[in-house]
Design a protein around this ligand. Structure first.
Ligand code: TRP
Length: 335
């Protein structure tokens, strides 16, 4: 029997190549080796966007289409929407007794996110909600509701996996249970740099190439990407290691990467020509993704069916788990 993997993603925007090369490409590989569940984490997205439900709602199908277009295969993966599996919310309530508020505030991911909120809104933390501070508990429920053994994530998510493991250990010791302590499956390249050289490509940073971008947009974005600022003339030698164009050549033009590198270093390659080559390669890379997207956009009923079937399959699994958990917690009355 294949081992179980669970991972999740918040529906807050379209996928960009940072998501693809950082995480999702790895999911596509893992789906062949594991019994994989992918959760579209709408409830978690609401912890940040509770006052903007349209944003979450409109991104559900967009995200599903993005995932299907890059090769997530519904015959191998259970793709489902979090809120359609209410057992996750139920489990979150049971787990909430096993975590102290102080521990949640110490969670490095939560801590960073609260600091970012304070920097943005300049408040003293008054607006930090119960739901937000508690989202690691809900994520622990996401994972364990499906008995996920491995969780493929980037390193920013490690504190959330650690918190899940703590909750599971506590649950097991108090309720004499034997729930699985999940392990992170770290993605080697979990963060992809932005067009401006920022360590992270992000939608809100305005430095991303989206999988839905058309040729003209891609071309404009790549033409404005950061290159070696010391290079003035086309035939000046330059340092590819500080150049975003070279960085993306490594992702989509691997076959020719040695030439790109040596020509750049020797001053035999102007930036404009180099960018043009990258634009062509990027479009070539996106082309099969685009045709799959077109298919799903034209057959949206198929997407609906995938999400409905996924939710039903996920619910079945979650029901089994909740049953066991309620028994261990001695709240299985009249069963
Ligand atoms: N917190 C994750 C993120 O922001 C998304 C997520 C929700 C998740 N539930 C999960 C990841 C369960 C792994 C496992 O990207």
């Amino acid at each position: 029997m294949k081992e179980r993997i669970l991972t999740g993603i918040r529906p807050t925007g379209n996928l960009h190549i940072g998501h693809y090369f950082g995480t999702v490409q790895n999911w596509v590989k893992l789906q062949d080796e594991y019994d994989m569940f992918i959760e579209i984490a709408d409830v978690q997205a609401l912890t940040d966007n509770f006052n903007n439900p349209e944003k979450v709602r409109e991104n559900i199908k967009k995200l599903a289409i993005d995932l299907l277009s890059v090769g997530i295969d519904p015959s191998k993966v259970t793709l489902f929407i979090q809120s359609m599996v209410p057992q996750i919310a139920e489990l979150t309530v049971y787990y909430s007794n096993l975590v102290t508020v102080a521990r949640l505030y110490r969670n490095p991911t939560v801590k960073t996110e609260i600091a970012q909120k304070k920097a943005l809104f300049g408040n003293d933390g008054e607006s930090v909600t119960y739901g937000f501070v508690g989202y690691p508990v809900s994520q622990a429920a996401d994972i364990t509701c499906f008995k996920g053994k491995y969780v493929p994530v980037g390193d920013d998510q490690l504190p959330l996996i650690e918190q899940t493991r703590e909750i599971v250990r506590k649950f097991n010791s108090i309720y004499k249970s034997n729930m699985i302590e999940p392990q992170a499956l770290l993605t080697k390249t979990s963060r992809i740099k932005g067009l401006d050289g920022n360590e992270k490509m992000g939608k809100s940073l305005g430095n991303a190439i989206f999988l839905v971008d058309d040729d003209e947009t891609i071309s404009k974005k790549i033409m404005s990407a950061l290159t070696d600022t010391k290079k003035i003339r086309a035939n000046d030698p330059a340092n590819p290691d500080v150049c975003m164009v070279y960085y993306y050549h490594k992702l989509v033009n691997d076959n020719n990467i040695e030439t790109v590198c040596s020509e750049c270093k020797k001053g035999q390659r102007g930036c404009v020509a180099c960018k043009k080559e990258l634009i062509a390669k990027m479009i070539e890379f996106l082309s099969p993704i685009r045709s799959k997207r077109k298919y799903y956009e034209e057959n949206i009923n198929e997407v609906d069916k995938i999400l409905l079937d996924g939710a039903n399959a996920a619910k079945k699994e979650a029901e089994k788990t909740i049953k066991e958990i309620k028994k261990d917690m001695q709240i299985n009355y009249y069963e």
